[in-house]
Design a protein around this ligand. Structure first.
Ligand code: NDP
Length: 458
């Protein structure tokens, strides 16, 4: 298969699932609307459905998530859809898929299914002759630890070559996250200060003003470290810390990403504070004695020429006062006349809205040489033309472009970093819902001037 030949069919397993409802139907609809998806779309599930149920589910999903529904686009979408009802543990399901694929030579199989089924589905695709020439998209979480990720990689690589495997991390499909890279390497003013000589500390903050939202059973198997730190937040660290790739292409970029992960020593359990919000254990599906963390504050190092000695602080929590994802890159203080000036910083707002600000100091009007902090909002970006992450990533996968997907060595290197803090060895502190997490987390950010708390809006 040539890497950039488009896929000629799109199969999505888990058609009756939550992810399909929230993300996949809206992504497919937008792809059809823009004329970029003209191939058969085959949904697979085991709900006893017919094609009419699938179409009805697509309509309900779009009415909920796609704004005003354009009936002509919807008709084009559902005309391309076909449906297979069957169990993933039954090879007959995949024989039917083989028959429906007809002469498709480069199908894309999207495994939007519980991770416990990835192996069965990959093996069955191979056995039924659906894997040859195909691409496969794997949802997160990719493994539960280093050993299981390695074993899943080995299995997949038996049936699919690495360029045909697309490990999805929807964070990489976010415009604001990609902009971190662009901003860093497209602006020459940044390079002289973007290193240990000028940067004081880096904070990556992801807070959610909600709990497990009915997904308690799944979340209780993951916790904050597996759910967002090992993947989303370490990807952001890599984008912030990497060296410029030699070309803006997938492999040079992914090489630099892996180098960052390799420069991060496995996290010392003394450098994490875990928390659980009060009431979590009473959530549906959660073990009433659960020790799973819904909050993690972590201090790590990137032990590279550029970054050694600069603390990278990660803060992730549920049931916090606001929903926001922000990065603060704080510079060292100016020695100006020993005045108590604050630091300069860059603030990247990655969600839910998108902005970039520079924190600066000016003279307070009237007062004799006293500083006042100001924030220069460098951009409040217009989101017109922006693709939702799943639309962006599915479009890329259909084209065979792996740039925004996670390569085997990166996924394993990221697990290696969090491995020492996965077992629940670090103490777990309770915190009040709606607070900024356990007070014990403060010590990790003392040397960085305390934790940054994002505001509700940019
Ligand atoms: P769900 O549990 O909602 O859906 C899973 C799908 O798998 C359903 O269509 C279900 O069919 C099907 N299924 C389960 N067992 C079998 C089987 N033996 N044979 C055939 N079909 C089966 O999961 P989600 O949609 O929430 O998640 C899917 C994947 O996406 C997971 O890997 C998850 O971690 C990942 N993900 C989900 C997110 C979300 O917001 N939902 C966010 C990020 C990642 P049926 O209903 O008929 O049993």
């Amino acid at each position: 298969m040539t890497r950039h030949e488009d896929s000629d069919a799109l199969v999505f397993f888990g058609a009756s699932g939550d992810l399909a409802f929230k993300q996949i139907f809206p992504a497919l609809y937008q792809m059809v609307r823009k004329g970029g998806l003209n191939v058969p779309i085959i949904g697979v599930a085991k709900s006893g459905w017919t094609i009419d149920n699938l179409r009805q589910r697509a309509r309900e999903s779009l009415e909920r998530h796609a704004g005003r529904l354009d009936e002509a686009v919807f008709t084009r979408l559902v005309e391309r859809m076909q449906y297979i009802d069957g169990d993933y543990r039954d090879i007959a399901t995949f024989r039917r898929l083989r028959a429906l694929l007809k002469d498709a030579k480069r199908p894309l199989h999207y495994l939007a299914i519980p991770p416990s089924l990835f192996r069965d589905v990959a093996e069955a695709l191979h056995q039924a002759g659906c894997a040859e020439g195909a691409r496969v998209v794997i949802e997160k979480p990719f493994g539960r630890n280093l050993a299981s990720a390695q074993s899943l990689n080995q299995l997949l690589l038996r049936y699919f070559p690495e360029p045909a495997i697309f490990r999805i991390d929807h964070f990489l499909g976010k415009e604001a996250v990609e902009n971190l890279l662009f901003f860093r390497f497209a602006n020459t003013f940044l390079e002289p200060v973007w290193n240990r000589n000028y940067v004081h500390s880096v904070q990556i903050i992801m807070t959610e003003a909600f709990g497990v939202q009915g997904r308690g059973r799944l979340y209780d198997e993951l916790g904050a470290i597996r759910d967002v730190v090992q993947n989303h937040l370490l990807e952001v660290v890599a984008f912030l810390a990497m060296e410029p790739p030699v070309r803006t292409e997938a492999e040079p970029l992914r090489n630099e990403q892996v180098k960052v992960f390799e420069a991060i020593p496995p996290i010392d359990p003394r450098h994490i504070v875990r928390g659980q919000y009060k009431g979590y254990r009473q959530e549906d599906g959660v073990n009433p004695a659960s020790k799973m963390e819904t909050f993690a504050a972590i201090c790590l190092e990137v032990d590279s020429w550029r970054w050694t000695g600069v603390p990278f602080l990660i803060f992730a929590g549920k049931s916090m006062p606001v929903t926001a994802t922000e990065v603060i890159v704080k510079l060292k203080k100016s020695p100006l006349w020993k005045l108590p000036v604050g630091s300069n910083y860059f603030r990247f707002r990655l969600g839910p809205d998108f902005s970039l600000s520079l924190g600066a100091q000016v003279k307070r009007p009237g007062a004799p040489m006293e500083p006042a902090p100001v924030e220069l909002s460098a951009m409040k970006l217009d989101a017109t033309g922006e693709l939702a992450p799943y639309e962006r990533l599915l479009t890329d996968a259909m084209r065979g472009d792996p740039m925004l997907f996670v390569r085997q060595d990166a996924v394993e290197a990221a697990w290696r970093i969090v491995e020492p803090i996965l077992g629940g060895g670090a103490p777990l502190y309770e915190y009040d819902p709606g607070s900024w997490g356990p007070a014990e987390a403060a010590r990790l950010a003392e040397h960085a001037g305390g934790w940054h708390h994002p505001a509700p809006n940019s």
